[in-house]
Design a protein around this ligand. Structure first.
Ligand SMILES: Nc1ncnc2c1ncn2[C@@H]1O[C@H](COP(=O)(O)OP(=O)(O)OP(=O)(O)O)[C@@H](O)[C@H]1O
Ligand SMILES: [Mg+2]
Length: 492
């Protein structure tokens, strides 16, 4: 509104100056009037024309940046599955309040004031140019000008200059605000496909707490929103009893992860029903259901926060519990080796802004950049251990009835993998557990049920022995791995 107002004011002032009896038809006068803002816009030595290094060292500001990033598309599944939305908002508010008014415009004012004295003199002259112009014209034809008319012209030229100045300063802000508004209103065009239920889990209609969750897929078909023609799951029916250990196997792209995503309600089936403890899943309030579920997925994400918060999921502040979870996930040893230990931020956000700094390594600002703390790299296996610690944190904090583990061990060494599985099995105590794995051996032989997937369909289901006897898809996959071991032994 202010931008439009400013533009109208400028336009009317321009018309006024052009139509004034003393300057009618004189186009030079309005141009002279706006020469100062034009000079500033074209030649001002602003901050972006300098060599500049800005370092964000405010802890709360950095934290706000990191928390904002967590709300982005990349972390969507983790944030929904972990019920973290409210915690992120609350933490953001705390940091925002801590930050208060510490950021002022003074800093930018200071860096922006860097023009040469000659430029400043030019601008000062440009400011008084309209008056000088009027004076010269008055001397040339004194009958046309009175002192009063020169004063009126001077005033209108000042008003024109000021409003023009503010338009030029606000063009970029105006464009940015229009884009923000567009984005804001585009939210209304989005369709909300997820309907939340109104009964809490575990509720009166479902079983009492303390035992695992029972899940049943009835003729479930599912296509991802982006690929309506291709079905990721095709008419799958499966019943998992409370407390069972279920292992899902199958080739890449056969629908294993999709099945886990439907069970944890990250997606709704396109058709068919998911029953949780004999009640249609959509009747539960999703936040209460997710409190009873824990997931460990194959595409682990490290949050841009400290290791401590990566494990505590931003929700708890209990160092003893966090250390215990780190130990259970097999991450404690490598965390202790880091200089800042639990306070290490592996992927810090928004630390520096560098403008026009030459790439020459000898440049003093390049040296300063080099001396800043860098992103700390840990190995893929160490990342997986860190993410695994989160799931143990959930076990330690609240009652979890259903655990879904989707191929978390691809980067783990043999010892790490067996430790992780042993820890998970040790924590099982009646929880229903679903494991997705490509590695036969550790789990498949102990599973209550093995589900074998192929091209989005459930092709076989039963115990390890039953499925080997059946000599179908499972036996084929199993024998390929067993065969590889036999060849290795032979060659040794
Ligand atoms: N977000 C998505 N959007 C569209 N299609 C997807 C998406 N995720 C998976 N798919 C497709 O759905 C099918 C099943 O994928 P899914 O991830 O369930 O396989 P998977 O059995 O877990 O495979 P892997 O062993 O590689 O983990 C695949 O054809 C895949 O290309
Ligand atoms: Mg998968």
């Amino acid at each position: 509104m202010s931008f439009v107002g400013e533009s109208l004011t400028s336009a009317s002032q321009l018309v006024f100056v052009l139509q004034s009896p003393h300057s009618a038809g004189d186009f030079l006068f309005p141009i002279i009037s706006i020469s100062q803002p034009l000079l500033y816009t074209c030649f001002d030595e602003n901050v972006w024309s300098k060599v500049l290094l800005a370092i964000v060292n405010n802890r709360d500001h950095r934290r706000m940046e990191a928390l904002s990033e967590l709300t982005g598309e990349g972390y969507r599944e983790e944030i929904i599955a972990g019920n973290l939305g409210d915690h992120i908002l609350a933490e953001y508010k705390v940091s925002q309040e801590n930050l208060g008014d510490t950021c002022t415009d003074d800093f930018w004012d200071q860096v922006q004031r860097g023009n040469t004295p000659i430029f400043d003199i030019f601008c000062a002259l440009a400011r008084d140019l309209p008056l000088a112009y009027c004076a010269i014209k008055a001397i040339k034809s004194p009958s046309k000008y009175s002192i009063a008319s020169v004063a009126v012209l001077q005033q209108s030229s000042t008003a024109l200059r000021n409003s023009f100045n503010s338009i030029l300063n606000n063009v970029a802000t105006f464009q940015r605000h229009v884009n923000i508004l567009k984005e804001l209103y585009s939210v209304f065009d989005r369709k909300i496909e997820f309907c939340d239920g109104d009964i809490s889990y575990p509720g009166e209609e479902s079983r009492p707490t303390g035992r695992g969750m029972g899940l049943e897929l009835q003729n479930v078909t599912f296509s991802y929103p982006g690929s309506k023609t291709k079905t990721a799951l095709n008419n799958v029916s499966l019943s998992i009893k409370p407390g069972q250990l279920v292992v899902i196997v199958g080739a890449n792209g056969s629908g294993k992860s999709t099945m886990v995503k439907l069970m944890t309600r990250l997606y709704e089936p396109s058709s068919g029903t998911l029953l949780i403890d004999n009640v249609a899943a959509e009747r539960y309030r999703s936040s209460s259901l997710r409190r009873a579920m824990a997931t460990l997925t194959q595409d682990h994400k490290i949050y841009p926060l400290s290791i401590y918060e990566n494990i505590s999921l931003i929700t708890a502040d209990d160092p003893a519990l966090v250390t215990k979870a780190a130990k259970q996930g097999g991450a404690l040893k490598f965390i202790e080796r880091l200089t800042d230990g639990m306070d290490t931020i592996l992927e810090p956000r928004s630390r520096t802004f560098n403008v026009n700094i030459p790439s020459d390594p000898a440049h003093p600002l390049q040296k300063q950049i080099d001396s800043l703390p860098k992103k700390i790299d840990i190995s893929g296996g160490e990342k997986q251990r860190l993410v695994a610690a989160r799931i143990f944190m959930r076990f330690n904090m609240e009652e979890v009835n259903f655990v879904a583990v989707d191929e978390p061990s691809s980067a783990l060494d043999a010892e790490g993998e067996s430790q992780l599985f042993n820890q998970l099995i040790a924590e099982r105590s009646g929880k229903t557990m679903v494991f997705v794995t490509h590695r036969f051996g550790h789990l498949t032989q102990h599973a209550d049920m093995i589900v074998c997937m192929k091209d989005g369909a459930l092709v076989e289901c039963g115990s390890h022995k039953d499925l080997l006897k059946l000599d179908g898809e499972y036996a084929k996959l199993y024998n390929i791995q067993a065969g590889a071991f036999a060849v290795n032994e032979f060659s040794e």
